[in-house]
Design a protein around this ligand. Structure first.
Ligand SMILES: [Zn+2]
Length: 523
């Protein structure tokens, strides 16, 4: 066992060296929880953060969402040389067990062998020795038994600082490259955290993705050339001629659209084209076919990789966020979201073509939310709502719109408590102030009944879309629906812990990934 511990420590140092070259996106979403009169807990406020993890020493602040505060005030900084400069500091540091991991700092005891998913692990408990420097890990680690990588650690840092507090966390790593396990999910929970005079009850999910941003950029450029050249020939009907004014205008808009989509994918905000897009496109095509609409242009659907609930269009590309896809309860409510976006396209609402100039794509990643803006005027929003109702009434979803309305009711009810989840960064608000998108559907919706087990107005976060943290590819989660045993388990819009099914990349898996990437980029 002593040997095993030595290898774990060695591996962890290697891991830290690797992480210094990685720049994944890191998203933390926090819900503050209160108990109501009946003892049921529900979120009453929230915080959202998106940034790029930077573990080299450096002065840059790489926050996308631009707010300081929570991390600094509440959480002490771990000792060590790694500047995790962006906020919230406390959540970033939870990817690292100890920036100066040494056997001599810890009392280590072997617990047992245990499987996590299909990966056999050695389990150890770690307690910092009394004379160890402050800020050491205290808790349990799971170590896979081939290369001795830590794949999960669960606990906190110790001792608690005089000011602020270390949160408890459950941190998971996935086997994303041969022999390499990288941080992917962290769940935090505190039921009675004392900060000054207040006691805080919170739950938080941290996700990391976009490890292979360089690879993504390259693939994308390659496909862009293929797709564009073939399409512009098609659009102009007779090859070899200059574009006529109408076609030129369409090509110009397409250029702005492609620039934006390509840039967002390179940053790691947009998933590459894949399976989930096709599911969305099927619903869109159902709407188009049953309404006899021929758009004379290719439509795309893409997944925004972030949690806040939003959808918008970039030219002929419909974008829906991961968080929104997660919480939508059924296909009818999905069709409502897509019908609204499709209506912008059908009505010819314009994309700001300033993005067709390539210099406008030169900006630091963290300014993405400032530089890219796909918001519509309220007049356009109303027009799209009206058109969407018309599309839905002719569609296969026309008899199921009550559940879409029910989702809107839940959204409306939760919007004041979850301002950072129900808030767009790039598009229009789904529910804000007095307005709610597609509000006409509210009229036909039943009343919300929080205690009824069979009325599911909205799902918890994280149940539907699975992101590959290395390639950013998204797929539908395979987890089966389970029967709920109490209304407490409905958890609409809520955060839950992570339990990923760990697997090893088999030898040759990286080739498989490469193959599937090139296959999907041909779509
Ligand atoms: Zn809209």
């Amino acid at each position: 066992m002593n040997d095993a511990i030595d290898r774990v420590v060695q591996r962890e140092h290697l891991f830290l060296a690797q992480m210094r070259h990685m720049r994944p996106l890191l998203e933390t979403y926090i819900q503050f929880v209160k108990n109501d009169k009946e003892g049921n807990s529900a979120p009453t406020n929230d915080l959202y953060f998106l940034g790029r993890l930077d573990m080299t020493d450096g002065p840059e602040d790489v926050s996308f969402t631009g707010q300081p505060g929570f991390g600094h005030r509440m959480l002490g900084k771990l000792t060590g040389i790694y500047s995790m400069h962006f906020l919230p500091l406390g959540f970033a540091q939870m990817v690292v067990i100890d920036t100066d991991f040494q056997k001599k700092y810890y009392n280590i005891s072997f617990v047992r062998r245990e499987f996590l998913g299909e990966v056999r692990c050695l389990v150890f408990d770690l307690q910092p020795k009394n004379d160890a420097p402050a800020g050491r890990f205290m808790g349990r680690i799971w170590v896979e038994d081939q290369d001795y990588n830590i794949v999960r650690f669960n606990g906190t840092y110790s001792p608690q600082p005089k000011i602020g507090a270390y949160l408890h966390f459950d941190s998971w790593r996935l086997n994303l490259r041969t022999g390499t396990w990288l941080p992917a999910y962290i769940y935090s929970e505190e039921s009675n955290l004392k900060t000054g005079i207040k006691s805080v009850h919170l739950k938080a999910q941290t996700r990391l993705w976009g490890y292979d941003l360089k690879g993504l950029g390259k693939n994308d450029e390659f496909t862009q050339i293929l797709v564009d050249s073939s399409q512009s020939v098609k659009d102009q009907s007779d090859a070899g001629a200059d574009a006529n004014p109408v076609v030129a205008e369409r090509l110009w808009e397409k250029q702005a659209e492609d620039n934006a989509v390509e840039r967002m994918q390179k940053i790691g905000l947009l998933a590459p084209a894949g399976e989930v897009d096709k599911v969305l496109l099927t619903v869109v095509n159902n709407l188009l076919l049953t309404n006899n609409i021929d758009l004379q242009a290719d439509l795309r659907c893409r997944v925004l990789l972030t949690a806040p609930l939003e959808s918008f269009t970039i030219g002929h590309t419909i974008v829906v966020s991961r968080g929104l896809l997660d919480v939508l309860p059924d296909e009818a409510s999905l069709s409502m979201v897509l019908a609204h976006e499709l209506s912008h396209i059908v009505l010819g609402h314009k994309l700001d073509t300033k993005l067709a100039f390539n210099d406008r794509m030169f900006f630091p990643d963290q300014e993405s939310f400032k530089r890219l803006d796909f918001k519509r005027s309220s007049a356009d929003e109303e027009a799209a709502d009206t058109k969407a109702l018309e599309l839905l009434k002719n569609s296969p979803y026309k008899d199921k719109l009550a559940s879409a309305g029910l989702f809107l009711r839940a959204l409306q009810q939760k919007a004041p408590d979850l301002p950072n989840l129900i808030r767009p960064h790039l598009g229009n608000n789904l529910a804000g102030g007095k307005s709610i998108r597609m509000s006409t559907l509210l009229a036909s919706a039943p009343q919300l009944e929080a205690r009824r087990l069979d009325q599911i107005a909205a799902l918890p976060l994280g149940g539907r879309i699975k992101v590959d943290p290395w390639s950013d590819h998204v797929e539908l989660a395979k987890a089966k629906q389970v029967a709920l045993t109490s209304a407490r388990e409905k958890m609409p819009f809520e955060i839950t812990p992570f339990f990923p099914y760990l697997t090893r990349l088999s030898t040759g898996a990286s080739e498989k990934v490469a193959l599937s990437t090139s296959a999907s980029s041909q779509n």
